[in-house]
Design a protein around this ligand. Structure first.
Ligand SMILES: NC(=O)c1ccc[n+]([C@@H]2O[C@H](COP(=O)([O-])OP(=O)(O)OC[C@H]3O[C@@H](n4cnc5c(N)ncnc54)[C@H](O)[C@@H]3O)[C@@H](O)[C@H]2O)c1
Length: 449
């Protein structure tokens, strides 16, 4: 275990850093998990993650107990003995939509004070293309290699995505360093079934690809992938608006369109639009970084505008069905930005709840994992409830804003008896329409009803 090549530092213990640390520490690495947030470090010391993610806590607990995962706030603890330093710090958006890179440069500058020659600095954070060529300057005269290794995990399936990956991309101008990092992942792949077992997640027999690129390509691969997924969602929403004016059902449409292998079904999902800590800022970051190279990106500007309008579009559709929102008692189910996580950053459910409240509705809200995190982003007059049943009691309309399994499988007959009204607004197009209608309820979705 104390093989000197098996020591790593992971900077930033957010969603990406915790997942990276937990997996490496259970794959035979000694990992220093470094953060400036005392709360996040304390959670790790207690053997748990600060966020909800299936399977994560058993991995953290074992690694912390066995001292393979060492939470620390000090760069001087782990960096001097690490062969690999992973940067997983946040890259939030600035008010103008561009990427705020201050954490990226700060982490590199602090690391440069302690890093030993021969170490590989691995940028996992999502950055605009060309960033690495600037960051690498921090390490000049240090004999340190710099690679971009963008992260593709999805919150809610973070461990699965990392262990049973579609592709691992490593880009850099030092080919030996790129191979070293690819080899590290090949070693992890050898023990991935054991790690999955410990986490209690189902293994899958898939062979992902290992892709070596140059530095700029790796950076651009990540933002391009997210931009394209965002584009598919906004495209589906554009078609949904047309479907709403006709008798077409957008889900039937996309099922058939997506059956064409050239197109693919994934992410052609109409609904309340994308949110979270990645898509909105990655799209605005791409638009901004393109402009800095004098390249217009109107396609992404349109995708972003369409996305921004979806919550109001759904509220308007419900308002027409209800004959007004003012004074109506409404339940909003789903405050995390997606199912399977407690992450509520830029959550469409929160946005919708606030819009309904601003329109005069009396709003109750519930999420199985995200109530605590959502609280400060919700208007103070919105009431948070501990269960879906409590939120829906006497409601005239129920909005399903996140497709948690427990919301998809609500007992609609019982729900219909608890509600004062009849309207179910399926903001994710995730419900079985006939189950809703058979319970005597009225269904509207986005591009279907
Ligand atoms: N969350 C995701 O699903 C996801 C998926 C793929 C890629 N990414 C990208 O990965 C990066 C990290 O995302 P995240 O969601 O984990 O972010 P996050 O905001 O949850 O975590 C970032 C962490 O970095 C810490 N930090 C900031 N500056 C630091 C410093 N100088 N030293 C030590 N710690 C520092 C913060 O305190 C925070 O805990 C972002 O660029 C994001 O776009 C995220």
């Amino acid at each position: 275990m104390d093989n000197k090549n098996n020591i790593a530092t992971v900077i930033g213990t957010g969603y990406v850093g915790v997942t990276t640390s937990a997996i490496l520490a259970n794959a035979g690495y000694k990992v220093y998990a470094l953060d400036i947030s005392e709360d996040r470090l304390q959670a790790l010391r207690e053997g748990r993650s600060f966020f909800y993610e299936e399977g994560m806590n058993p991995l953290i607990k074992r690694a912390v107990d066995e001292k393979n995962l060492i939470p620390t706030s000090s760069y001087s603890d782990g960096v001097p003995e690490s062969s690999f330093v992973f940067s997983c710090v946040g890259t939030p958006d600035n008010p103008d939509g561009s990427s705020n890179l201050k954490y990226i440069f700060n982490a590199a500058q602090e690391t440069a004070k302690y890093i030993k020659p021969g170490t590989v600095y691995i940028q996992k954070s999502t950055v605009p293309v060309g960033t690495g060529r600037q960051v690498v300057e921090t390490f000049k005269d240090k004999d340190v290699s710099y690679v971009s290794n963008p992260e593709f995990l999805r919150e809610g399936t973070a461990l699965f995505d990392t262990l049973f990956f579609d592709r691992i991309v490593v880009g850099g101008n030092d080919k030996k360093a790129v191979e070293k990092v690819l080899d590290l992942y090949r070693e992890v792949e050898k023990v991935r079934e054991n790690i999955a077992k410990l986490a209690g997640i189902k293994a899958k027999d898939i062979k992902g690809s290992y892709i070596a690129t140059n530095l700029d390509s790796a950076e651009l691969i990540k933002v391009t992938a997210n931009a394209f997924l965002a584009l598919k969602i906004s495209f589906a929403n554009s078609i949904a608006k047309l479907a709403d004016k006709t008798e077409a059902d957008v889900v039937e449409v996309m099922d058939a369109v997506g059956a064409d292998a050239r197109i693919g079904r994934a992410f052609l999902n109409a609904g309340r639009g994308y949110g979270g800590g990645c898509f909105p800022k990655d799209v605005s970051g791409l638009i901004s970084s393109s402009l800095s190279h004098s390249v217009d990106m109107p396609i992404m500007v349109a995708a972003s505008q369409i996305n921004d309008e979806m919550a109001s579009y759904i509220a308007d559709k419900a308002e027409q069905t209800l004959g007004g929102l003012n004074g109506k008692k409404i339940a909003v189910l789903g405050l995390a930005f997606k199912a399977g996580t407690s992450d509520s950053r830029k959550s469409p459910g929160i946005k919708l709840a606030n819009i309904l409240h601003e329109s005069g509705a009396e709003v109750s809200a519930h999420d199985p994992e995200a109530n605590a995190e959502a609280k400060e982003m919700l208007s103070s007059q919105i009431t948070l409830k501990d269960s879906a049943e409590e939120a829906c009691k006497n409601a005239e309309a129920v909005f399903i804003t996140t497709d948690w399994p427990q919301f998809k499988n609500l007992g609609f007959k019982a729900l219909s008896e608890q509600m004062a009204g009849k309207l179910i607004v399926d903001c994710m197009n995730c419900l079985d329409i006939s189950a809703v209608k058979d319970a005597g309820l009225v269904y509207i979705g986005v591009g279907r009803d």
